[in-house]
Design a protein around this ligand. Sequence first.
Ligand code: NAP
Length: 256
Amino acid sequence: MTDLTGKTAIITGAASGIGAAAARLFADSGATVIGVDMNHEGLAELSGKLGERFVYEAGDVTDRALLERLAERAKNELGGLDMVLLNAGIDGPMAPILEIAPVDFDQVLGVNVRAVFEGIQVFGAAMKDRGGSVVITSSVNGLRAFENTSPYTTSKMAVIGLARAAANDLAKYDIRVNTVHPGLIDTPMLQRAEEGLAPGHQAELRSTLSQTVAMKRVGEPEDIARAMLFLASDEASYVTGQSLVVDGGFTSLLSM
Ligand code: NAP
């Protein structure tokens, strides 16, 4: 098992789904996790389970002052920052491109891209003197454009470029930057999407969706958390500027 004893990780979107699974896994591996999310209740619940290995601040990742406060906390209270998961994200409106309001497009890019850019800046500066790693949650939408997903797809493709550019610029500080690309993962985000697509028939839709995956199942948040742990830890000491797809073979079936 990967040992993160003595390390500190900041995880955005830590209250729910993939971020919460990562917070549990990183804490169980010995790290102290600083979680941030808009969902205060979810953070408090996780804190109740993880105890002193989990500290948190509720807030919006688009607020740079919040990111700066988290970096300060890591430095002053926890001895410095080692790993960052820029995972908070929103899916935005699912509609044809001609029906997307520019304001909605801006909102999705604000959370999924600009806040990731600012996260890299703020947390990269905090790790500059000791090295570290950043893992950005993209998506299979970062690799393929699906119908009715123009803001989300744009955002998840953009962070691949961002990660590769940042990997180049931060390598001299021994900071690695990679993206992870989840497929269909059983979280509140997927559950909300299923509800929107097939109200009252989510179970049938889930069964249809599972058949689109080579492994014939939707993934669990823990499937992604384990890949994040690999990329964030020293196990991936020579991996930077890369994209790791964790989708049970969803995209490999699509390529047939
Ligand atoms: P989730 O269960 O909805 O969790 C995302 C968390 O991020 C929520 O607690 C949400 O809070 C929080 N959040 C959203 N916007 C925020 C903001 N501006 N500031 C702070 N926190 C914010 O979704 P998930 O499925 O775990 O998604 C995590 C990441 O994986 C996202 O980047 C998503 O795009 C990506 N992803 C998910 C899937 C999938 O199938 N589930 C597939 C590919 C990629 P609220 O609930 O209060 O908004």
